[in-house]
Design a protein around this ligand. Structure first.
Ligand code: HEC
Length: 257
């Protein structure tokens, strides 16, 4: 399996790969802008918008806590454990999907998963977990166990015209390589906190994006069939990578190239 991936990778990517140090991910001016934005993340505005939307459509933090049948004090740790299986939904859901359920319950038409309103509102809710350790429990029940297995499979399976999997570009042994000027980020080594830094502001998109939306970007770039937001495979991918970030501190919004 591993050899297969390496061979596939060398055939399809070798021409476009070089190794870190030879090229830089950002120009000096981009780097200056990045440093500036770290102090003043433009996503903060979008997250304030999300807070207002949550107030209007979901009854604010208190409404969310009541929907989950927990106290407001327990909300941060609870949010840090998503995606999770929820009985009312009969499936493993993300924070965004849970908020859709709450909007419907409040007789509002739920925001679409790919809408910027949903990005803003779910990002706000996720900021409630800032400072908590990501605590997804992939052994909590059989549903989340299945989602984890499906997520790992989706991550490892080579697909598309170039026969690439997520792991082809993101495994520990390829990390440090550079693809078209971008260093390949390690997503699955122990202690890698990537999932705990999304939603994030993407400088190249000038907008706030969620983790599954970022996955879709990679799928598009690498010619893998784009998996729809909210589908079992997409939720499973989020479960898989969130588990990899387990124990790291939630720090949202992230700031990304
Ligand atoms: C062809 C190589 C390639 C493949 C295949 C690929 N990615 Fe990526 N991915 C990249 C590169 C390069 C970046 C960094 C881009 C940048 O900095 O803008 C990246 C960035 C990411 C990030 C953001 C990391 C961060 O720092 O927050 C995530 C998450 C991600 N990929 C997930 C996936 C998933 C899930 C898949 C499979 C569906 C996948 N990628 C497939 C090359 C790839």
């Amino acid at each position: 399996m591993k050899t297969g991936i390496k061979i596939a990778l060398s055939i399809t990517l070798l021409s476009s790969l070089s190794f870190a140090g030879e090229q830089f991910a950002m120009s000096d001016s981009d780097r200056a802008m990045y440093t500036d934005m770290l102090e003043n993340n433009p996503a903060d505005l979008m997250i304030s918008n999300g807070e207002e939307l949550l107030e209007e459509y979901c009854g604010g933090d208190a409404g969310v806590a009541a929907f989950f049948n927990i106290s407001e004090d327990d909300l941060p740790a609870y949010i840090a454990g998503f995606p999770r299986y929820l009985k009312e939904f009969k499936q493993v859901v993300t924070v965004s999907q849970a908020l859709q359920g709450l909007m419907s319950k409040n007789t509002h038409k739920p925001f679409k998963l790919k809408s910027s309103d949903m990005f803003d509102m779910s990002a706000y809710v996720k900021t409630l977990a800032n400072g908590e350790k990501s605590n997804i429990d992939v052994n909590a029940d059989k549903y989340i166990k299945e989602a984890f297995v499906l997520g790992e499979k989706t991550y490892m399976t080579a697909r598309g015209g170039r026969g690439l999997s997520c792991n082809s570009c993101h495994s520990a042994d390829i990390v440090g390589a550079v693809l078209r000027t971008q260093p390949l980020p390690d997503l699955t080594s122990k202690g890698v906190a990537v999932a705990a830094t999304w939603p994030a502001y993407r400088m190249t998109k000038s907008s706030l994006r969620t983790l599954p939306r970022r996955f879709q970007g990679c799928m598009k770039n690498a010619l893998l069939k784009v998996i729809p937001l909210g589908s079992p495979e997409m939720v499973a991918l989020e479960v898989y990578l969130t588990h990899e970030a387990k124990g790291t501190e939630v720090a949202i919004p992230g700031l990304k190239r």
